[in-house]
Design a protein around this ligand. Structure first.
Ligand code: IMP
Length: 423
């Protein structure tokens, strides 16, 4: 009786969606446990490319059940668009997609508050996706939020109005920072709520407990990455949920001793979108090449991602915080053509060189220290087995495995399902 977890180990955009899609054939249920439409999980197969925001990445497989857990925050308007975009696939939604009654709703005013708060911060802005994530989780922990199950209750509109009134007063505080036409946003919101109601709302923790008891296999799908975790990320430049393994327990209602494997996904280099420290960030041609070859643009916002070398100090930290048992390395193909590959192994601080993640990794506190490995020229994207890899790429994998003390079980060499090599 166990549930496996799949998590990003960097700043998100590691390729979780692709790997969930690849692994779904081994599972009965795919359950998303945190985040919301700030996520953009890109899946490529049969010549199509799809971006999912709230819907779990197992949705394209015929048998798996997909569950949106209580830890997720849902924007009904974005969710409705997501469902509409999947129309060509004739997915039997009411039988394939379930929503926890305890998941919280993103209201139009949550989005406005996100935008106003960011606009007021100037240079200190988080670089939020502006999907209303922070304000919604604030209302959740502040015990003011509205949950999916609430919309079936007779007094829900009254509760909506009360919360909206409070939000409008809060928006007064940011006077002039944003312009909006709330009635238009509300029309879209309430019509999307009617669509949402067509899907089954469930007691998801009970559903999962029963499934696990019956021996069903469950994969918990994370969003964002460990370095964006509200506690363990580069605060305050983080998202507002627990993106690390503990978030699967609170976001699905599962017990720690039911967790089996913890799959940790990382890129062969590093990227970050939005503001915040990034010790291995590149501002030169190498970084520009990674961004161009890796097509590093946000799947949700279209923003260019900042690029840099892999950071083992941060990766080791993420592996420990999550209890990762297996690693999956993505986008090794993007590094083809570099003369040498740099790997950050420690940080220089005023107290000397350190190998653990300190309280602050802002540039005034740490500088990345590197070793260099030989690069490779060959294009990896058509390779289908490890023994086809150039020696230098296999050496890179072996070096990372040794340093991270965790086996790398999957190496991905391109965005398509088929470009996935199991080891
Ligand atoms: P928020 O979650 O939209 O409030 O954004 C907070 C920070 O997390 C910003 O720096 C975003 O760019 C980043 N972020 C949020 N979701 C994702 C994601 O799915 N991938 C990468 N970065 C993300």
């Amino acid at each position: 009786m166990s549930i496996d977890l799949l998590l990003g180990l960097q700043w998100g955009d590691e390729g979780k969606g692709k790997i969930v899609d690849v692994l779904t054939t081994n599972y009965d249920i795919i359950a998303r446990f945190q985040g919301g439409p700030n996520a953009g999980h890109t899946l490529k197969f049969d010549g199509f490319s799809h971006v999912l925001h709230t819907i779990p990445s197992g949705i394209f497989h015929p048998t798996a059940l997909n569950l949106i857990g209580n830890g997720v925050v849902i924007d009904p308007v974005i969710f409705q668009t997501e469902i509409e975009k999947l129309a060509p696939f004739n997915i039997d939604f009411p039988n394939k997609l379930l929503i926890s009654k305890k998941a919280h709703l993103i209201l139009p005013t949550h989005r406005l508050l996100d935008a106003a708060s960011e606009a007021s911060k100037g240079k200190a802005k988080i670089g939020s996706t502006l999907k209303g994530i922070g304000p919604t989780y604030m209302d959740k922990t502040g015990r003011n939020g509205i949950r999916v199950g609430d919309i079936l209750l007779p007094d829900w509109k009254e509760r909506y109005e009360n919360l909206k009134t409070k939000h409008l007063k809060m928006l007064d505080f940011y006077e002039g920072k944003i312009e909006f036409e709330l009635s238009i946003l509300e029309d879209a919101f309430f019509s999307a709520i009617d669509e949402l109601k067509k899907l089954p709302f469930v007691d998801s923790e009970h559903l999962l407990h029963t499934a696990l008891k019956e021996g069903k296999k469950v994969l918990a799908e994370g969003a964002q990455g460990s370095l964006l975790d509200i506690d363990f990320g580069t605060y305050p430049f983080v998202t507002s949920s627990t993106t690390t393994a503990a978030g699967a327990c609170t976001g699905l209602g599962i017990a720690p001793n039911t967790i089996g494997e913890v799959f940790g996904i990382f890129k062969a280099y590093a990227t970050r979108v939005g503001s915040g420290p990034f010790p291995t960030e590149l501002f030169d041609e190498a970084g520009e090449t990674m961004g161009r070859v890796g097509m590093e643009f946000g799947a949700t916002t279209g923003r260019s991602r900042r690029c840099g070398w892999i950071d083992l100090v941060a990766l080791k930290y993420a592996i420990r915080v999550n209890g990762v048992t297996q690693l999956m390395m993505m986008k090794g193909d993007v590094l083809s053509g570099f003369e040498t590959i740099k790997v950050c192994t420690s940080y220089k601080t005023t107290e000397g060189s350190i190998e653990h993640l300190p309280f602050s990794i802002e540039p005034e506190h740490v500088t990345a220290e590197y070793i260099e490995l030989a690069g490779w020229k060959e294009d990896l994207t058509a390779m289908t087995a490890e023994d086809q890899f150039p020696k230098e790429f296999n050496d890179y994998i072996a070096y990372l495995e040794k340093e991270l003390e965790t086996p790398i079980k999957i190496v991905s060499v391109g965005p398509d399902r088929k470009q996935t090599i199991f080891r």
